[in-house]
Design a protein around this ligand. Structure first.
Ligand SMILES: Nc1ncnc2c1ncn2[C@@H]1O[C@H](COP(=O)(O)OP(=O)(O)OP(=O)(O)O)[C@@H](O)[C@H]1O
Length: 345
């Protein structure tokens, strides 16, 4: 198996820098998500990996093979990669089995070998009973599984996925997340998955490249991104939480309760700190020693209530609570920990 090395890759469309000096070293067999808001350059990066787009500068290697540089461009069909699109891109008039086998036909595979490989690919996505149907007679999730089977039938070293769940409803997306994770375990292919949905990226990826305006902002595991986001922008993009100014700590430091509570009470507060809602303890009977907040709004989430709180200084704070409270009610807060952010560039 071969790793994928993206070195200082830039893509310009006229004056516009769609991807700006992006570098990522992706391990063989790793599941990587490119995550960021619309227009940040994720799809452009994926298309450069696939070979549908030329790079303006930098290099892309698969193992020892140079796939792309400003002077060299290996065509898509020679890259040993397969791509799954948001639109599935299936042939409507062909059966599921014929759709899956299509890339093999293009490569001249016939007979028993063809049948065996189509059968294996369909088995991998649990679609054998549907082999003779046409895509029109399938659900959205089943169609996406056909697209997956078709992409892996040629045994690619790298699978590229461009928002593959974007057309599915919320329940189906959750079910398909399991299918993708399972698919990855079984194939052991290196996967690069583009999405603007942070919860999807967190659920699936070994590592996430967070992109903003063509640049890489942070490259880390989902847990590190959640626990230790680098900047306020990353913190606001990943998970829920509140950002407060505190007179304590320095970027990259975790503050424990005593330091955080002291820092919050001080006058000169210059350090932005992320506080996750699960680290806030809410008490309903404040005394005059406590840090207090007012309940502005609450949302019932089944297993808990989300409290939208307002501190006396005007800052907003999100907390969880097991029971309903009164809107307008004063509560006492204990902030158990916080993470110090560095300023956005
Ligand atoms: N062929 C093109 N010609 C000119 N500009 C382009 C072209 N393709 C993309 N762009 C621009 O490059 C930037 C990055 O686009 P890209 O599609 O990579 O973003 P994205 O992060 O995938 O967004 P989305 O989530 O909306 O698909 C955008 O500003 C887009 O308008």
């Amino acid at each position: 198996m071969a790793g994928l090395n993206i070195q200082d890759v830039t893509k310009r469309f006229g004056d516009h820098l769609a991807v700006d000096g992006l570098s990522l070293a992706i391990e063989p067999g790793e599941f990587v998500a490119l995550l960021g808001p619309s227009g940040c350059g994720k799809t452009t990066m994926l298309r450069m990996l696939a070979g549908f787009e030329q790079v303006s500068a930098g290099e892309i290697h698969l193992g020892d093979t140079l796939l792309a540089s400003a002077h060299q461009h290996l065509p898509p069909e020679q890259r040993n990669m397969a791509m799954v699109f948001q639109s599935y891109a299936l042939w409507p008039h062909m059966s599921v089995a014929d759709n899956v086998g299509y890339p093999l036909k293009l490569r001249g595979v016939r007979g028993a070998d063809y049948q065996r490989r189509v059968g294996q690919a369909l088995a991998l996505v649990a679609l054998e009973p549907y082999a003779e149907r046409t895509p029109q007679d399938l659900s959205g999730g089943q169609r996406q599984r056909v697209a997956l089977a078709r992409c892996l039938v040629t045994d690619p070293a790298v699978v590229l996925l461009d928002e593959p769940l974007a057309n599915l409803d919320r329940h189906l997306r959750a079910a398909m997340e399991h299918s993708f994770a399972d698919f990855h375990r079984r194939t052991e292919a290196t996967m690069v998955y583009v999405t603007h949905d942070q919860s999807e990226a967190m659920a699936l990826a070994d590592r996430i490249a967070v992109m903003r305006e063509g640049r890489l902002v942070q490259w880390a595991t989902p847990e590190t991104l959640y626990r230790a986001p680098r900047t306020p922008w990353v913190a606001s993009f990943i998970g829920q939480g509140s950002q407060l100014m505190v007179a304590a700590g320095r970027p990259g430091q975790r503050l424990q309760e005593a330091e955080l509570m002291r820092g919050l009470a001080a006058a000169e507060r210059t350090q932005p700190v992320l506080v996750r809602p699960e680290h806030i303890h809410v008490q309903t009977a404040p005394t005059h020693h406590d840090v207090t907040a007012r309940v502005e709004r609450q949302t019932f989430r089944g297993e808990r209530f989300e409290l939208h709180l307002r501190l006396p200084g005007g800052e907003a704070l999100l907390a969880y609570h097991p029971h309903a409270l009164e809107e307008g009610q004063q509560v006492a807060l204990i902030l158990r920990e916080g993470w110090c952010l560095e300023p956005d560039q």
